[in-house]
Design a binder for this molecule. Structure first.
Ligand code: PLP
Length: 392
């Protein structure tokens, strides 16, 4: 079907009309259990009452003021993020790519301010995804995102994830930072091991370079801790977050230590919309839920249950061979086509999302319950049977 829209998305032919909790309702009457959550965005489910009310109330008060003025809700959100992380300071923007872009600029200004302007290169991991700006596609280093957009933004050196020797060798006099997703999303749900992160931290400290995490997908409670890196206990100097922070309202943020943040002085970076009152009211309401007693424990419990149930489906089936990930960020390594599994699950009323390397991601809202896990696993079992019978 031809459309006035640019063709840069391979869209699935469904239009959702409304959503509630873990369910989406299409305009043709179909109901779907949403185990994609946008792509790891709607972590509190659709039309969450607390978040929706916060947005409605703010909409009646004030939408936008420039960052030339104080924005109290912005200060409050920063204080709360800082109080619940390694960081001392926060900066707000509007998307994930913008947040990563800011981390890259911060790595450069940090070294430049400290008398090492030659340090600008950043080490990244293979299969990484950091966004779609010119710098972040270069950071991600994937041919499918780079082809046709040359020349590449200079300054990125790529290593295999979890290959510490390679990281060590990649560091040179021009290295500014190492940028890592503690748990890769788009790349196919690959975990940076605790040993790797521990060694990277020591290496970075020794070399006087910065450790940057991209927790845009794996952060905000997705793995059962507020930050995915908490599982390793290894903190970064700078971290980018976005996706679930606004539960669907566009927002991104950068968290950083004082030493780094101190170098980003007035005039060095900015954005028109970042930290605006609408986004701030929503993100504060998201934090109200995620910081509440028992929220993260619920994610951990549901994640363990989902994983156990999905792993139990591997045995006699040939449709997927392995389950990876943590909490409610799971990846199934498909043995048949991941696209076929996603499409078959959709026929069963379950939404999922593919990832690189023939993987399928399950990213349900963090508020899912056991009955919804039962429902998803029944759909998965049936979809596997359908695919099995078609390949036999
Ligand atoms: C989605 C994502 C991004 C990019 O975020 P946008 O909001 O699409 O710019 C960057 N890094 C990771 C790990 C992501 O999952």
């Amino acid at each position: 079907m031809s459309s006035a829209l640019m063709q840069n998305y391979a869209r699935i032919d469904i239009a959702f009309e409304h959503g509630e909790g873990a369910y989406l309702y299409a305009d043709d009457g179909r109901k779907f259990l949403d185990f994609a959550s946008g792509i790891g965005v709607n972590s509190l489910g659709h039309t969450h009452p607390g978040v929706t009310n916060a947005l409605k109330e703010q909409a009646d008060k004030l939408w936008h003021v420039s960052n030339l003025y104080n924005i109290d809700m912005q200060t409050r959100l920063a204080e709360r993020l800082v109080a619940n992380s390694f960081a001392d300071k926060a900066f707000f923007c509007n998307s994930g790519a913008e947040a990563v872009e800011a981390t890259l600029k911060m790595a450069r200004i940090y070294h430049s301010t400290n008398g090492n302007p030659e340090r600008y290169r950043v080490i990244t991991a293979a299969n990484a995804f950091h966004g779609r700006t010119l710098a972040t596609i270069s950071a991600g280093g994937q041919a499918k995102h780079l082809d046709g957009f040359g020349p590449r933004v200079d300054g990125f050196d790529q290593i295999t994830l979890n290959d510490f020797d390679a990281a060590k060798k990649a560091i040179g006099p021009e290295t500014a930072a190492i940028l890592i997703e503690p748990l890769q999303g788009e790349g196919g749900i690959h975990t940076a091991t605790a040993e790797f992160l521990t060694s990277l931290r020591a290496l970075a400290d020794e070399a006087g370079i910065l450790l940057i995490y991209d927790e845009i997908q794996c952060g905000m409670g997705r793995t059962g801790k507020l930050w995915a890196h908490e599982w390793s206990g290894v903190t970064p100097d700078i971290m980018a977050i976005a996706k679930a922070l606004g539960n669907g309202f566009p927002i991104g943020a950068v968290l950083a230590t004082e030493a780094v943040a101190a170098t980003l002085v007035a005039g060095k970076h900015g954005t028109t919309f970042g930290g605006n009152p609408l986004a701030m009211s929503v993100a504060n309401a998201v934090l109200d839920e995620m910081l509440a007693d028992g929220f993260l424990e619920h994610v951990e419990r549901m994640g363990a249950l989902l994983r156990e149930r999905v792993e139990a489906l591997i045995g006699n089936k040939r449709v997927f061979s392995e389950v990876r990930g943590k909490g409610l960020m799971l990846g199934l390594q498909c043995t048949e086509s991941n696209l076929e599994l996603m499409a078959t699950l959709r026929e069963e009323g379950l939404l999922s999302v593919v990832a690189d390397g023939n993987a399928l991601r399950l990213l349900p809202p963090l508020i899912i319950n056991e009955a919804q896990i039962d429902e998803a696993c029944a759909a998965l079992e049936h979809a596997c049977a359908v695919i099995e019978s078609s390949v036999n």
